[in-house]
Design a protein around this ligand. Structure first.
Ligand code: HEM
Length: 495
């Protein structure tokens, strides 16, 4: 009874809010979109694959559309120019301060989910000091290759029988980043961490499939089980405990030492020397930001590159001719007797084009990470009120017929011109663009190159006869990941 009254009162507030907001003349320039229902707006119409629903709606309302997600206004950009131009503007550099998104950061802390001055200072510091500790340097290549070697050894032992690689790359890819962040690497046999990754990913995917927690977190409090609130709380607790412990493991390191050995130690030194209570590095505030940044790097660095590698294996399994061409380039530039290096990259345009096509075709983060409008802003004839969420439909851009001609085909050649890779294609946005663009792009692309060149140099990836053409229909989740599939490895050195 209490819940019904509450829902009625909230419905009335939303209706009044709508009425008055429509009176603002500028709202006539607010993008059009489908009608929703009271209270939940369009939240229940998004379906299991919102990126496809948005493409369908864009045919009726135009490429820039509005949707009402419970109490939040949201504009979906299915248009390349709008994404490129808007994401370079400070006005659109915020993040929704939504309970679910903030749960892992503990509030407006860190880089990934924060905004305003906290985000500016934490992003600047994180970028600068990840570089100091190896990002984009030779030392990073050595760290990645250490993981590649271990992976190839493991694969060698698993040759000849059906093998699942879906989740195998997570720790291998995370380790090079983690050495820079905390000075440690994870053992592949560390079942605790593998289990933590598995169970939390599963929980987030399950919960994001009902959407209520994202769009109406206030409602979930009244239905904690049904909405997934309890499940997500459990997953968040596990992860935050792990992030906090990672930081606490460094608390005995000497902050006065001249040469901190990793990012966490350097950050602790910064906290120690900060005297300005307004600073985001000051005392307790500094610790909260540090724990959130560690969590951001863990989340952003583990499942993204590793899932892209899993897609690469799946596509090349289904496209044996592309696999052969890739191996022909590897054989002619590197041969079979030495390891690939990043210096080989300029001579390997086909490999580069395959990686780009994997990133385009899979569109791992289909609707990007949501932005938020920090103040009222007009742009290209549209009006965006303060607080509006902005969703870039990267999948729509990557699969736009007008841009790519045949987006439905996996065809790396689209990224080649006169035998060279097309540099920075306008519509290639896996890492997005502008002020909040991914800070891990270089690491991700270096890792993808070294892992792919090394794996396909050594192994031919063959179908498992019990399921020779696994589906490319992704499982449901915030990240598009392949459904479990198996392959058979054949050592090319023994051929
Ligand atoms: C294939 C791999 C990856 C893909 C496809 C990817 C994609 C993305 C996307 C779509 C965003 C959102 C950008 C926006 O808000 O407009 C993002 C942000 C971010 N990524 Fe990545 N990412 C990858 C790997 C990594 C790695 C390895 C790291 C580790 C350093 C990383 C760290 C971050 C961080 C910290 C942000 C938040 C930036 C901010 O809010 O200012 N990413 N990434």
């Amino acid at each position: 009874m209490v819940s019904a009254t509450l829902i009625f009162v909230i419905g009335a507030i939303v209706a009044i809010y709508y009425y008055f907001s429509k009176r603002d003349k500028r709202m006539s320039k607010y993008p059009p979109g489908p009608m929703g229902i009271p209270i939940l707006g369009n939240a229940l119409q998004l379906g299991k694959e919102p990126h496809h629903t948005f493409i369908k709606w864009s045919k009726k309302y135009g490429k820039t559309i509005s949707v009402q997600l419970a109490l939040d206004r949201c504009v979906v950009l299915n248009d390349l120019k709008m994404i490129r131009d808007m994401f370079n503007e400070t006005a659109f550099s915020g993040r929704p301060q939504n309970e679910l998104f903030l749960a892992l950061s503990g509030g407006n802390y860190g880089v990934l989910n924060s905004d305003g001055p906290t985000w500016e200072s934490q992003r600047r510091f994180t970028l600068r000091h990840l570089r100091d500790f190896g990002f984009g340097k030779n030392s990073m290549e050595l760290l990645i290759m250490e993981e590649v070697r271990e992976m190839i050894e493991w694969m060698k032992n698993e040759e000849g029988h059906p093998l699942s690689l879906n989740r195998k790359f997570s720790l291998a890819v995370l380790n090079s980043l983690w050495q820079i962040v905390s000075g440690k690497r994870f053992d592949q046999k560390d079942t605790t961490l593998n289990d933590l990754l598995d169970s939390t990913t599963k929980t987030f995917n399950e919960v994001s499939s009902n959407g209520i927690l994202i769009f109406a977190p206030w409602l979930s409090k009244y239905f904690p089980n049904l909405s997934g609130h309890n499940k997500i709380n459990w997953a968040v607790k596990q992860l935050v405990t792990f992030f906090r412990k990672t930081v606490e493991d460094h608390k005995d390191s000497d902050p006065d030492q001249d040469q901190p050995e990793n990012f966490i130690e350097y950050y602790m030194k910064e906290i120690k020397k900060t005297n300005d209570p307004q600073s985001t590095f000051y005392k307790e505030n500094g610790m909260k930001n540090l724990i959130a940044v560690v969590g951001d790097l863990f989340q952003a660095g583990s499942e993204t590159t590793s899932t892209t590698l899993a897609w690469a294996v799946l596509y090349l399994l289904r496209e044996p001719e592309t696999q052969k061409k890739l191996q022909a380039e590897i054989d002619s530039v590197i041969g079979k007797s030495r390891n690939p290096t990043l210096a080989d990259r300029p001579d390997m345009p086909y490999t580069e084009a395959v990686i780009m096509e994997v990133l385009r075709y899979s569109s791992l983060v289909p609707t990007g990470v949501f932005h938020r409008t920090l103040f009222d802003k007009e742009m290209h004839g549209y009006f965006f009120p303060k607080g509006t969420w902005i969703m870039p439909n990267l999948y729509a851009v990557h699969h736009d017929k007008e841009i790519w001609g045949d987006p439905e085909n996996f065809r790396p050649e689209r990224f080649l011109k006169d035998g060279k890779v097309v540099s920075k294609p306008e519509a290639f946005l896996p890492f997005v663009v502008g002020k909040r663009a991914c800070i891990g792009e270089t690491l991700a692309r270096d890792s993808l190159f070294l892992f792919m060149a090394s794996i396909f140099q050594r192994f031919q990836i063959l179908p498992d006869p019990s399921n020779p053409k696994p589906t490319i229909q992704p499982g449901f989740g915030f990240l598009l990941a392949p459904k479990p599939f198996t392959v058979i490895l054949k050592d090319r050195l023994e051929a």
